[in-house]
Design a protein around this ligand. Structure first.
Ligand code: ZN
Length: 335
């Protein structure tokens, strides 16, 4: 077949001895139409189109120019030629473990800095920058139902303060379960000291704060965040006293910051500042705030000594909202 093609081309070119009688070219002509010693000469002679030869030459040139371009982009580093490590450097660069500089140099004899070594090793080990989804630590909520069933002076208008505190504490705990770990400072059946005496009340306060601090010590080792909330309803000798307030040990700290979020939620959800008097965030030297190691708040939801306010404290829907505003405030703080 190769000899046939050569005979065919030779015929086109008009070489002496052509047309040939003895040829394997099946398309060999017995006569010579014209001679075309160059490809450009084919047009108008062997081909009807006068540009035929020139078009072919142009196509060949186009193909050649594409090849040249590919070769140029392959080797972008200008200062590797004839370097003793040229092949090894090109191998490493192709692997993506080291790159050249912006000016397309590799600077093969420049010393490697410690930072460059770390980048090199990290790339070798497959390091991929992780997108930080959230910097929020897992959170532990310690909920404290204030007082006890037998704490003196905590009943008015048919409501025992502890009954409200205990109920709202458990409702809040249920809502917080999907946002972190929930612990309680006391369980109903776990009540070691009678609160009928000052000594018993003091021991119970220590029992709560010790419990909370033990949970805190463990959680901190596990790099968790801990927040303490003591649940209360308020009392006053003045029966017209009313309103909502949050106590922290010191203003300006993290507890104060968390309290602001809970306070905002109280305004939106409980109607504090509207249907409930706003008594704001305040400092107080309470044992559960003073003796706890984690940010701690004590929330006074309303006054059970107030005939109107106590209706809310007894109301099932209002208690749900009390739990919800604490959960929403904490979630907002953690966001
Ligand atoms: Zn109380």
């Amino acid at each position: 077949m190769v000899s046939a093609q050569i005979d065919h081309l030779a015929l086109y070119a008009g070489l002496s001895g052509y047309p040939k009688i003895d040829t394997t070219d099946p398309r060999h002509f017995p006569y010579l139409l014209s001679s075309a010693p160059h490809v450009e000469d084919l047009g108008g002679k062997w081909a009807a189109n006068p540009n035929y030869g020139n078009d072919i030459v142009k196509m060949v040139q186009d193909i050649q120019s594409i090849k040249v371009e590919q070769e140029e982009t392959k080797n972008t580093l200008k200062d590797l030629e004839n370097h003793w490590a040229e092949e090894e450097i090109e191998f490493i660069v192709e692997k993506g473990e080291l790159k050249g500089y912006d000016d397309n140099t590799f600077r093969p004899d420049q010393p490697l800095t410690r930072a460059e070594y770390c980048v090199l090793r990290a790339r070798q080990l497959g390091f991929v920058k992780k997108k930080i989804i959230s910097s929020i630590k897992p959170t532990v909520f310690i909920l404290d139902p204030g007082h006890r069933v037998d704490t003196p002076g905590k009943r008015a208008n048919g409501l025992l303060e502890y009954e409200f505190n205990e109920d709202v504490t458990r409702r809040t705990g249920k809502l917080l379960e999907s946002h972190g770990e929930v612990y309680y400072t006391i369980e109903t059946e776990n009540h070691p000291y009678s609160e009928m005496t000052a000594e018993g009340r003091s021991k119970n306060l220590n029992f709560r704060t010790n419990n909370a601090n033990q949970i805190y010590d463990k959680a901190i080792k596990e790099d968790k965040k801990v927040i303490f909330i003591s649940m209360h309803a308020n009392a006053a000798s003045n029966p017209t006293a009313s309103g909502y307030e949050i106590f922290v040990y010191k203003m300006g700290g993290e507890a104060h910051e968390i309290a602001k979020h809970i306070y905002n939620a109280a305004e939106n959800i409980l109607g504090v500042g509207n249907t409930i008097k706003s008594r704001r965030i305040k400092e107080a030297n309470f044992a559960v705030l003073r003796n706890t190691k984690m940010p701690a708040m004590l929330i006074e939801h309303e006054f059970f000594t107030n005939v109107e306010a106590v209706k809310k404290l007894k109301d099932d829907d209002f208690r749900d909202l009390c739990a919800k505003h604490i959960k929403d405030g904490l979630v907002s703080y953690m966001a």
